[in-house]
Design a protein around this ligand. Structure first.
Ligand SMILES: NC(=O)c1ccc[n+]([C@@H]2O[C@H](COP(=O)([O-])OP(=O)(O)OC[C@H]3O[C@@H](n4cnc5c(N)ncnc54)[C@H](OP(=O)(O)O)[C@@H]3O)[C@@H](O)[C@H]2O)c1
Length: 354
C-alpha cells in the first residue's frame, strides 16, 4: 500500500525537489502540493522539469484537506511559518517532517537568540518531542518519531565533516572553524537582491561571517555527541553555483594523529552509512570531496587531511543542498519512519558532468 503524502510549500526550491523525489518513489503517492501564489496552477508550470510526471495542481494550504488526504506531510516553508502549523498537523494524526528551522533547537530560549523571535518558543513540549533528522546521529529516534526537524543544509555539511573527530574525542572542542561555500538555491526561490543573477554571478562572498543561525544547531548536535560543550566558529560564502555545499572544517588534534587514526574514525563512523562516501585518495585527479560529484544525489562525500606541521586536522563534506541538505534527507527520514530501505527513491547516481 502507498503512503499518502502532502507538501506544504511545494512551489519553492525544496518543495520542487521533494516532488522530484516523491513522484518517483515506489511506496508513495503525492496527494497534496500547496502554494498560495500558484493555487489552481498545474505543478509542472512552476516546476517545468516535472512536465509529464504529474497532473497535480497546487492548492492552498488547508489542514482539513491534508488530514483527509495524507498520512505524512512535509513542510517546506520559511522559518516562523511552521511554528503554529506543526501542532495543528500533529493534532489530526499526521506524521510531520518540517524542513524549516522552527523545531530544530531544543532550548526554547535559543529560538529568541538565533531567530530574532520576540518570545521563547511557544511549544517547548513539542521541541522535546521533535527529533533532529540527521540519520547519522539519530536513526533510532527517527524510526519512532511523529515530528522530525530536518537539519539545515549547511549544518548537515558542517556536522558530517566533524562527526568522526568529535565522536572519537580526537580534537579540541573549543577550537573548531567551519568554512562553508554554498550555491544560490540555498537562498530559496524568493531570494533577496544580492542573490539575483547579476549580483551572484562571479561571486565568492562571505556573509553572516560570525553569527550565522546554523551555528546553533551545529553546536547543539556536536555537543550532544561529545557529551560536553562544543564551540564552533562558522563562516559561509555565497559562490557562483546553483546547487552544492562544501564545508571545510579546521580543528586541532588533542594528541599527534596519524592517517590510520583518521581512517579508523571515519570508517567506524560512516562504514555502514548508505549515503556517506569517503573521498580520500593519494593519487589521481579527485583527491578530496567536491560538490561537482554529488549534485543530484543524496550523497555526502567526506574526506580529511592532517597538517602535521601545525597539528591541524582538515575535514570536508560535500553535499547537494537540495538533496542531503534538504529534500533527500527528509525522504531518508521518512523511509526510516516507514521502516523501509533508507535508499528507496533516493538511489540516484550524481549527475556528471554538471
Ligand atoms: N533552499 C535550500 O537549500 C534549503 C535547504 C535546507 C532547508 N531549507 C529550508 O526549507 C524551507 C523552504 O526553503 P526553500 O528554499 O524551498 O524556500 P522558497 O523557495 O522560498 O519556498 C518557500 C515555499 O513556502 C511557501 N510558503 C511561504 N510562506 C508560507 C506560509 N505562511 N504558509 C504556507 N506556505 C508558505 C511558498 O509558497 P506560497 O507562498 O505560494 O504559498 C513556497 O512554496 C525554508 O525553511 C528553508 O530554510 C532550504
Amino acid at each position: 500500500m502507498c503512503t499518502r503524502v502532502g507538501i506544504i510549500g511545494a512551489s519553492g526550491f525544496v518543495g520542487g525537489e521533494l516532488l522530484r523525489i516523491l513522484l518517483s518513489h515506489p511506496h508513495v503517492e503525492v496527494r497534496v502540493a500547496t502554494s498560495r501564489e500558484f493555487k489552481g496552477e498545474y505543478v509542472f508550470r512552476v516546476h517545468p522539469h516535472l512536465r509529464g510526471k504529474t497532473m497535480l495542481k497546487f492548492v492552498e494550504p488547508n489542514i482539513d484537506l491534508i488530514s483527509k488526504e495524507c498520512d505524512y506531510v512535509f513542510l517546506a516553508v520559511p522559518h516562523g511559518q511552521s511554528l503554529h502549523l506543526v501542532p495543528k498537523l500533529l493534532e489530526v494524526g499526521l506524521k510531520v517532517l518540517d524542513l524549516s528551522a522552527d523545531y530544530r533547537l531544543k532550548d526554547p530560549e535559543a529560538y529568541v537568540k538565533w531567530y530574532d523571535w520576540k518570545e521563547p518558543h511557544p511549544y517547548p513540549d513539542l521541541l522535546k518531542k521533535a527529533v533532529y533528522g540527521l540519520p547519522e546521529i539519530h536513526r533510532e529516534e527517527i524510526r519512532n518519531a511523529d515530528l522530525v526537524a530536518v537539519p539545515g543544509c549547511m549544518s548537515t555539511a558542517g556536522i558530517l565533516s566533524l562527526l568522526p573527530l568529535v565522536k572519537h574525542d580526537l580534537i579540541e572542542t573549543s577550537r573548531i572553524v567551519i568554512d562553508v561555500k554554498i550555491g544560490s538555491s540555498g537562498a530559496g526561490a524568493h531570494a533577496p537582491r544580492l542573490d539575483l543573477h547579476s549580483y551572484r554571478t562571479y561571486v565568492i562572498r562571505p556573509y553572516e561571517v560570525t553569527e550565522h543561525r546554523h551555528i546553533a544547531e551545529i553546536e547543539q548536535e556536536l555537543s550532544l555527541v561529545a557529551g560536553k560543550p562544543v564551540q564552533v566558529a562558522f563562516t559561509p560564502h555565497a559562490v557562483d553555483v546553483v546547487r552544492g555545499i562544501l564545508a571545510t572544517s579546521h580543528s586541532w588534534a588533542k594528541r599527534p594523529l596519524t592517517e590510520p587514526d583518521l581512517w579508523k574514525a571515519f570508517r567506524s563512523t560512516y562504514g555502514n552509512e548508505p549515503f556517506i562516501r569517503i573521498a580520500k585518495d593519494k593519487t589521481g585527479l579527485h583527491r578530496y570531496p567536491d560538490i561537482k560529484y554529488v549534485i543530484g544525489s543524496n550523497y555526502c562525500d567526506v574526506g580529511f587531511e592532517i597538517d602535521s606541521r601545525t597539528g591541524r586536522i582538515v575535514t570536508f563534506a560535500a553535499i547537494d543542498n537540495l538533496m542531503k541538505g534538504a529534500a533527500g534527507q527528509a525522504v531518508q527520514c521518512m523511509n526510516i519512519m516507514l521502516k523501509i530501505d533508507e535508499k528507496t527513491g533516493l538511489d540516484m547516481t550524481p549527475l556528471f558532468p554538471v
